[in-house]
Write a protein of this length. Structure first.
Length: 202
């Protein structure tokens, strides 16, 4: 048997197992506790992903204005948009719903296209395995606490979640390649890395 990435059905069943319930055969036509378990997995996945990680962060994405309104829209799965303040110092951009808004000039209209760093909320099948394991374990702990509230199960599940998060953070640290000295290798302007030459006394 070939081991594969954790499916959403397996994640839902793991969440149910962590509260002592029997597994499901399918995610089709769910109701009751099964439906709640799937909803919890989706909710935790969204909550984890909005923090922004290596697997759901895109850098220097071109955002094109609407030819008629000059508005810039983003997808429903975009949770964060960051515009480089050094490159675009005459605007202050935030996300409002599906559109970008310029707080500095109080308008949805932009004079030029933009480049931005974006955080995307991915579907389950697009998540890497280390994210799936962490989300699955966190969802199981939250589901048990909300439905049963067993102190003994909570203590066990907290340990499982801590182990899953530690592995998750370790993998993210490796993949992201952050450095206090040179900043983020995939970002050229927004956060300028520390350079000793700029603070050394000559």
């Amino acid at each position: 048997m070939v081991l594969a990435r954790t499916t959403k059905l397996q994640a839902v069943n793991k969440a149910l197992q962590m509260m002592g319930e029997s597994p499901l055969n399918s995610l089709q036509g769910l109701f009751g506790l099964g439906n709640l378990a799937e909803t919890t997995v989706d909710s935790v996945s969204r909550k984890v992903q909005v923090e922004g990680w290596s697997f759901n962060s895109d850098y220097q994405i071109s955002l094109v204005r609407d030819s008629t309104t000059n508005h810039i829209s983003v997808g429903d799965n975009v949770s964060r948009v960051i515009i480089d303040p050094y490159e675009y110092n005459n605007i202050d951009v935030v996300q409002r719903g599906r559109k970008l808004y310029d707080r500095k000039n109080n308008t949805y209209e932009f004079e030029s296209n933009l480049k931005a760093d974006m955080t995307i909320i991915l579907d389950w099948d697009d998540l890497p395995e280390h994210a799936r394991v962490y989300i699955m374990t966190k969802a199981g702990r939250e589901l048990q606490e909300s439905m049963i509230g067993s102190k003994d199960l909570t203590e066990i599940n907290i340990i499982l979640e801590q182990e899953a998060r530690a592995q998750f953070i370790e993998e993210e640290t490796t993949l992201s390649e952050h450095s206090m000295l040179r900043g983020h290798p995939r970002r050229t302007h927004p956060v300028l890395g520390f350079k000793p030459i700029n603070v050394m006394q000559r």
